[in-house]
Write a protein that binds this ligand. Sequence first.
Ligand SMILES: Cc1cc2nc3c(=O)[nH]c(=O)nc-3n(C[C@H](O)[C@H](O)[C@H](O)COP(=O)(O)OP(=O)(O)OC[C@H]3O[C@@H](n4cnc5c(N)ncnc54)[C@H](O)[C@@H]3O)c2cc1C
Length: 449
Amino acid sequence: MKIHIIGGGLAGSEAAWQIVRQGIPVVLHEMRPIKMTAAHQTGNLAELVCSNSLKSMADDSAPGELKREMLALDSLIIKAALEAKVPAGQALAVNRELFSEAIARSLNKSGLFTRLDEEVTTVPTEEELLAKNEVWIIATGPLTAEALASRVMELAGGTKRLQFYDAIAPVIDAESIDMSKGFIADRWQKGDDGGDYLNLPMNETEYNAFIDAVIGAEKMPLHEFEEVKYFESCLPIEVMIERGRETIRFGPMKPVGLTDPRTGRWPHANVQLRMENIEGSMFSMVGFQTKMKWPEQRRVFALIPGLENAEYLRFGSVHRNTYIKSPDSLEADLSFKTNRRVFLAGQITGVEGYTESAAIGLVASRNALAKLRGTEYSNPPPESMLGALVNYVTVGPLGDYSPMNANFGLLPVVAKVRGKGKKDRQAEKVAKAWQAFDQWFNKNRVFTQ
Ligand SMILES: Cc1cc2nc3c(=O)[nH]c(=O)nc-3n(C[C@H](O)[C@H](O)[C@H](O)COP(=O)(O)OP(=O)(O)OC[C@H]3O[C@@H](n4cnc5c(N)ncnc54)[C@H](O)[C@@H]3O)c2cc1C
């Protein structure tokens, strides 16, 4: 009886800890330093490839709540980060060497942990794993080596289910949008009988100012290995604008078929926002994937009427990122529909960020343990931050699936009450998330200890 983990990054290391602390042996296969990825620099476990920050620890923030729930489940990643902490205000920033060392030390001390430095290229069948009483967790991250990426694609159900790039459009907190500047309508539908899109119309002057701002904005440099291979259907807006000032008016800013009820006419240009969740608390900017730097996105998109004070739950981005369309390919316990003894964890499931990746590693490993022991798995409830993230991965948004970080928009909506502001509602969301988590934790005490 043992569990194999492929990939010793944030998710794989967290998963390994959750399993050894339950007394089950782990074999972790990590290809570094024998074979490096294009971004990693060392052979260390849980190497932080870029920033050394695991985001906010603040009690009233979404990333803070995620960490609190993970800590309750004895998360090694969060414990090691606290041990290797460096001063960074409310953020949990770490000395990356000490962070990796703390993780390796805890795993080695367990006596149940074996690390093999090797690239994995194949995955056993469900029957083979059953015969050996083994379970696998694949946690090979955004830069999964090619051969295994092909196996993951097969497990996920084909080429359409694996992405090598993400081209992400911004997601906005609905409360921060000035809805009075827009109108609800689908294309070619009369504006007054409902529709699924919030349209933000622009006149010619506004449009030209916007185009100039995009052209002048600072963009994220692509890493050397991120050879640009855009799909025509999801070009970044600045690439469209490079092709001509009018190009985007024939793409995501197309006004045709959208009659503004206030003028009875089609606007010069139009930005469409689509609900990301059924509660309508998050809206994504349709077709607005972009490489503009985050502060530039805030500045430039503020020129769109209605978005002057927009608050971004997720900024747009374009980068190399291997991930699958998890809601179509994974069961609720994070195992593949095509092989119930192989689980997927980390960024490759479609979450974004160090802590989020570790969080999915944590939940996947608990569910993998349940599979090995033949017991029922239990995901944290979707009202908790950890559960909301797992729910996003397994159920997905209303629109296209794209990578997501921990944010308030994933939590159930809290009703507006006179005299209470946004901060109060966020505090209430956090309190409710913790309450739901705590109830689940206590109900599953045998398992959560
Ligand atoms: C260039 C770049 C910059 C980033 N910057 C940030 C940032 O600043 N902040 C942030 O929160 N997130 C950042 N991310 C996202 C970051 O990668 C994830 O947040 C996090 O590292 C994902 O954790 P993971 O465990 O899923 O994958 P990883 O941490 O990447 O771990 C996957 C591991 O699997 C190994 N592996 C791959 N294929 C195989 C194989 N076939 N056999 C054996 N081992 C294999 C890899 O060597 C790696 O160690 C960045 C990503 C990239 C690519």
